[in-house]
Each structure stands twice: as structure tokens, then as C-alpha cells.
Design a protein around this ligand. Structure first.
Ligand SMILES: [Cu+2]
Length: 182
């Protein structure tokens, strides 16, 4: 009886050790988000459980949109930490040409489990609800973020930025970075 009991233990140890030793990347998840397909929308508009090493592929399927890191407190403005001068990632405008065979895309690499807030800064798209949350929390939900975005009035901050920006795309962000794929 004693020897029989020992065998399953050995087997369990072997199974657990194998994936981590052979290929750590197996545990990473890939998500795909469609941009603009359903009007002013990211589909899906919420991703939960994203963790460092995961990737999110944004496919720009219609219109002309951006994937811009913003903040919970200011949903429709590009993220910037004024103290450290840390900025967010920003694809800039990614127009899709109707009838084209080429689908513009960007891949976002997740580097944190903290919430990441995203908006489209084309015209009034953000204010129309074109926002997205990665890892929202019970205290800071996607719905709260979207409601705040839609409560904004006046000229979108995006319009001012379009006229002055020459730094797109901005790849490095807070908790995530954009990667150009070959
Ligand atoms: Cu848009």
C-alpha cells in the first residue's frame, strides 16, 4: 500500500513542472479587439484578467480611430503624469480604407495587472462612448469610465492634439506598450 500511494505524487510533480520548464509563453493569453466595426466602439470593450505577458491585438476595421491610453479621472484626454512626465501609449489615427485588403493593426503588450484605460481621440468618439477598460476593478468599473467620458462636453481634446502632435505612434505606456508587428 505504501508504494502505491507514492506513485501518484510523483506523477503530479512531473505534470506541474513540465509547462513552466518547457515554454513559459504557453501561459500567456492573446486577445483580439475589433476597432470601429460596430460604429464608435471597441469590441469587446472590456478585458478582465489580463496579466503581464499577455497581448491584445487591435484591428482597425472601419473608419479612422485611435487607441489611446487615457485615465480613469480624465477619460478623453491622453494620459500624462505631470510629475514624472510619463505619457501613455497612443497609436495615433489608424484609418481603414474601404475595400482595402490591408487591415491596420497594433499589438499591445500588457506589463501590469493594474487597470488600463483606453479611448478613441478622434473628434467626439470618446464622448460618444468609444472607450475601453483593461482590468477594471470593483471601485473603478468600465461603466463608470464610460459614463464619465460621455459626461464631457465641448471640444474634444483630441482635436487640439491632432494639430500639434508629431509624436505618433507613442509606443511606451503605463502598464503596457504598443508593439509594431512586422
Ligand atoms: Cu474613434
Amino acid at each position: 500500500m505504501r508504494s502505491l500511494a507514492a506513485l501518484p505524487l510523483l506523477a503530479v510533480v512531473g505534470v506541474l513542472a513540465a509547462p513552466a520548464d518547457i515554454n513559459p509563453a504557453l501561459s500567456n493569453n492573446s486577445f483580439v479587439v475589433s476597432v470601429g466595426d460596430g460604429g464608435y466602439a471597441y469590441t469587446p470593450n472590456t478585458i478582465v484578467g489580463a496579466k503581464p505577458g499577455d497581448t491584445i491585438l487591435f484591428e482597425f476595421r472601419k473608419g479612422n480611430h485611435t487607441v489611446t491610453q487615457t485615465s480613469f479621472a480624465d477619460p478623453c484626454s491622453p494620459f500624462i503624469n505631470a510629475t514624472t512626465n510619463t505619457k501613455g501609449f497612443d497609436t495615433g489615427f489608424m484609418p481603414f480604407t474601404e475595400g482595402s485588403n490591408e487591415l491596420p493593426f497594433f499589438q499591445l503588450k500588457i506589463m501590469s495587472t493594474e487597470p488600463i484605460w483606453i479611448a478613441c481621440l478622434q473628434a467626439n468618439h470618446c464622448q460618444s462612448g468609444m472607450v475601453m477598460a483593461i482590468n477594471p476593478t470593483a471601485d473603478k468599473t468600465f461603466e463608470q469610465f464610460r459614463d464619465a467620458a460621455q459626461g464631457k462636453t465641448g471640444t474634444s481634446s483630441a482635436l487640439a492634439r491632432v494639430a500639434t502632435s508629431s509624436g505618433w505612434p507613442a509606443l511606451a505606456g503605463l502598464g503596457a506598450m504598443l508593439m509594431l508587428l512586422a
